[in-house]
Design a protein around this ligand. Structure first.
Ligand SMILES: [Zn+2]
Length: 440
């Protein structure tokens, strides 16, 4: 790659819409300068010009929570509650997937996400088969489609779950450390980073959570945990341990500045104080929470307490979309209804949740399109009917824009979606495979 000057009609930089900015991106995919196109052209005459006439440049969006393989269960669990969906759909279907199907399902999910403007995803992965082969396969899938993967490798030992999810704490530890080494040895570090993910207070024992915390420290990485998603978990934990799920996590050392608490729907004011005190971030999955009838997470109160709140789509079968732009809109509308007050949250806030706040919480060097950041970006066509008549504002992006407006997607300076089509792979065989899988 050579240096390039990107020349869009407008761009959201540092959360502000700028008219006709120029961005100089170096051969390593890092933004070096932000200036007028004319000034950059004089200073860097050798740089390639990328004319984005008629397009708005946005930071890539970050999917803070997903289970990639669940894309295969789309359409199977509709209108069922969490327990019914888990026992009738998730457990039986996920038990049958072969390693090749796990790889292909990840490619399908990541392609769908890229197509919707997601440039990084935290995939909370638990089909581990007491090893590291399957997780390595999804890291390869990320590279093969061009997605930045935060591989939240699960620690799971609840004996009610399928055998392939389960390990002992020492197995989970060894296989996670082995995975980190294999990712490095295979040259996948550019595309995938290992995070640890004790499943949840209902899926991981105390010993399992403690093992995950130890590996987090050893790998100097992030920790993801589902917590307080459904009301039942809160009731059960209070009966069994006389602690809320969030208190239980705190007491095991699982909360801290690099913790991603997934869901936190059933969090009371004391729980929020604990999350704020620990520096933990929350991943809010509004569409998934709505589809499963979980409840509405108190994200207004979280934001007031300065808890970083990110957005996630959750798995492809509990949403059933892979779009963070969609979650921005849903998150804002849901809080306005919950509080019966239109002013409680605005478009800029939810836009940041899906971009800059998420990037910071997950340790990514992107999310603002500012100099020294990685060029993870999305272009949208301003003549798409969903963005007419304009003018272009973040409010239009959040509330009005349809996915048809998304044109190109860049990850680390490389264009991985061009005019809506993937660049790194031919989608036709993947489409055929997905159709055959569905018939099976
Ligand atoms: Zn989840």
């Amino acid at each position: 790659m050579q240096s390039a000057i990107y020349c869009p009609d407008a761009a959201v930089v540092g959360g502000k819409m700028l008219d006709h900015p120029g961005l100089l991106v170096d051969p390593n995919g890092l933004i070096q300068r932000l200036d007028s196109v004319e000034a950059l052209a004089v200073e860097f005459p050798e740089a390639m010009r990328v004319n984005l006439k008629g397009e708005i440049l946005l930071p890539g969006t970050v999917n803070g929570h997903n289970h990639g393989f669940q894309v295969l269960m789309r359409g199977m669990g509709e209108d069922q509650d969490f327990m019914a969906w888990r026992s009738r759909v998730l457990y039986p279907v996920s038990s049958t997937l072969t390693p090749q199907e796990i790889y292909d399902s990840a490619r399908l999910a990541y392609w769908d996400m890229l197509r919707h403007g997601i440039t990084a995803v935290a995939d909370f992965f638990y089909l581990n088969d007491q090893g590291s082969d399957n997780a390595l396969a999804i890291a390869r899938a990320a590279r093969d489609v061009g997605m930045q993967l935060l591989l939240a490798r699960t620690f799971y030992d609840w004996d009610g779950a399928p055998v392939r999810y389960r390990e002992s704490p020492s197995q989970a530890r060894d296989h996670t450390l082995e995975l980190a080494l294999r990712i490095k040895a295979e040259g996948l570090s550019e595309w995938a980073t290992v995070h640890v993910a004790p499943h949840s207070p209902h899926g991981a024992s105390q010993a399992m959570v403690e093992a995950a915390v130890a590996v987090q420290q050893e790998l100097n990485t992030h920790l993801h945990i589902h917590v307080a998603e459904g009301k039942y978990e809160r009731t059960t934990m209070l009966t069994r341990h006389q602690k809320t799920p969030i208190q239980w996590c705190r007491d095991l050392g699982a909360l801290g500045p690099r913790t991603l608490a997934i869901h936190a729907v059933w969090a009371d004011p004391d729980d929020l104080a604990i999350l704020a005190e620990s520096g933990s971030a929350v991943v809010h999955n509004p569409a998934s929470n709505m589809i499963l009838g979980d409840g509405i997470a108190p994200i207004i109160e979280m934001i007031q307490r300065k808890i970083p709140v990110l957005l996630g789509t959750d798995g492809g079968c509990t949403n059933d979309r892979h779009s963070i732009f969609d979650e921005m809109r849903t998150a804002a509308l849901l809080q306005k209804v919950r509080m019966t007050d239109v002013s409680v949250i605005d478009a800029d806030t939810v836009f940041a949740m899906g971009t800059s706040v998420a990037s910071r919480a997950l340790g990514l060097n992107s999310g603002n399109l500012l100099p020294k950041e990685r060029f993870d970006a999305v272009t949208v066509r301003r003549d798409d009917p969903s963005l007419l008549p304009g003018p272009a504002t973040t409010g239009h992006i959040v509330y009005a824009m349809g996915e048809t407006a998304i044109n190109s997607v860049y990850v680390a300076g490389e264009r991985v979606i061009h005019e809506g089509q993937p660049v790194r792979f031919d989608p036709a065989p993947l489409i055929n495979w997905a159709r055959r899988w569905q018939n099976r």
